[in-house]
Design a binder for this molecule. Structure first.
Ligand SMILES: C[S@@+](CC[C@H](N)C(=O)[O-])C[C@H]1O[C@@H](n2cnc3c(N)ncnc32)[C@H](O)[C@@H]1O
Length: 297
């Protein structure tokens, strides 16, 4: 158990193997038994049948046609089916954060403890952790309240033998018991939790930890200076254009996310993390208005 990264150079050098950790295929085949009732466990078991790699989702074109009302953004089946493409083309630095999540987790993993991924979606961060030998003796648990997302996670992770020991739980993180957590990852999920419920969730995470354990918290951030904030929002839209999204797609998705994704400032995150009992925390990575914080219990 460490309270600080062991070797910064080692952390940084691992950043280059990141994209493949996020969403890629192999030639091994596994089957998944999934039940979508709340709090149901999903287990992954191997099959001998060779299969070609499953496609890593479809291209995100959900907002490409004019919609009379984009509605509220939800993690439903249509979003789940395109999620890897959507997040890679929408969140600058996503692949870096996913890969480094495994590296950071390895610094803090305690044998026999739990490593949780809250809002795990397709399980990209869990896969990154599962590939770290230092995490071999931890239980890896992904929690998500979208059955469609977990179904995709199950089939995706089933391609990777190292993901066999990942347990997926269909549950709301607000109702999920957490225990003996040496590592908790919450990448781009807290921003979807109602603001008034965030402190209680973070407090429960902290209470499940021992000194030296770690929370990796990645979020869209707002800047306190409105003009600078607008500047970064514009740059983020430029990033999305570079990734092939049209102005219509950007505008319609932005409308759908209004009041659903509620970002906060870096300072608000740090103050709340300290308030609930984390001893040290700060941003370890930021690209435009997307940042990732590390908080040490
Ligand atoms: C932006 S995605 C997270 C991406 C994922 N962590 C990754 O790095 O690929 C947010 C996820 O959080 C899940 N989610 C949102 N609110 C939740 C809640 N209250 N309980 C459980 N999962 C939740 C959504 O279903 C979605 O899969």
């Amino acid at each position: 158990m460490l309270d600080e990264p062991r070797d910064l150079q080692a952390l940084l050098s691992s950043a280059c193997r990141l994209r493949s950790l996020a969403f890629s295929g192999t030639d091994s085949h596994l089957t998944l038994n999934a039940h979508n009732a709340p709090h149901t466990l999903m287990t992954i078991s191997t099959s001998d049948t060779p299969a070609s790699p499953a496609p890593a989702g479809q291209r995100d074109e959900l907002f490409s046609s004019p919609l009379s009302d984009p509605g509220l953004f939800r993690f439903d089946a249509s979003v789940a089916s395109v999620f890897p493409d959507m997040i890679n083309r929408s969140v600058p630095g996503y692949a870096t954060v996913v890969g480094m999540t495994g590296t950071l987790a390895a610094q803090h993993a305690r044998p026999g403890s739990h490593i949780y991924d809250l809002g795990c979606s397709w399980g990209a961060s869990l896969l990154s952790v599962a590939r770290e030998p230092a995490c071999d003796r931890c239980e890896l648990i992904g929690i998500d309240n979208s059955a469609a997302m977990l179904e995709q996670a199950g089939s995706h992770l089933a391609q990777f033998p190292e993901a066999r020991r990942i347990e997926l739980r269909h549950a709301d993180v607000l109702d999920s018991a957490l225990e003996d957590a040496s590592v908790v990852m919450m990448n781009y999920t807290l921003q979807f939790i109602p603001v008034q419920q965030r402190e209680a969730l973070l407090r429960r995470i902290r209470e499940a930890m021992m000194p030296g354990d770690v929370l990796i918290l990645s979020e869209k951030l707002t800047l306190p200076d409105p003009r600078l904030n607008e500047y970064l929002v514009d740059l983020h839209h430029d990033f999305k254009r570079q990734q092939g999204y049209s102005d219509l797609e950007i505008a319609q998705k932005r409308q759908a996310l209004e009041d659903v994704l509620v970002p906060e400032t870096r300072q608000a995150h740090v103050e709340r993390l300290q308030k609930v009992g984390f001893s040290r925390c700060d941003v370890w990575f930021q690209c435009l208005n997307f940042g990732s914080l590390i908080a040490i219990a």
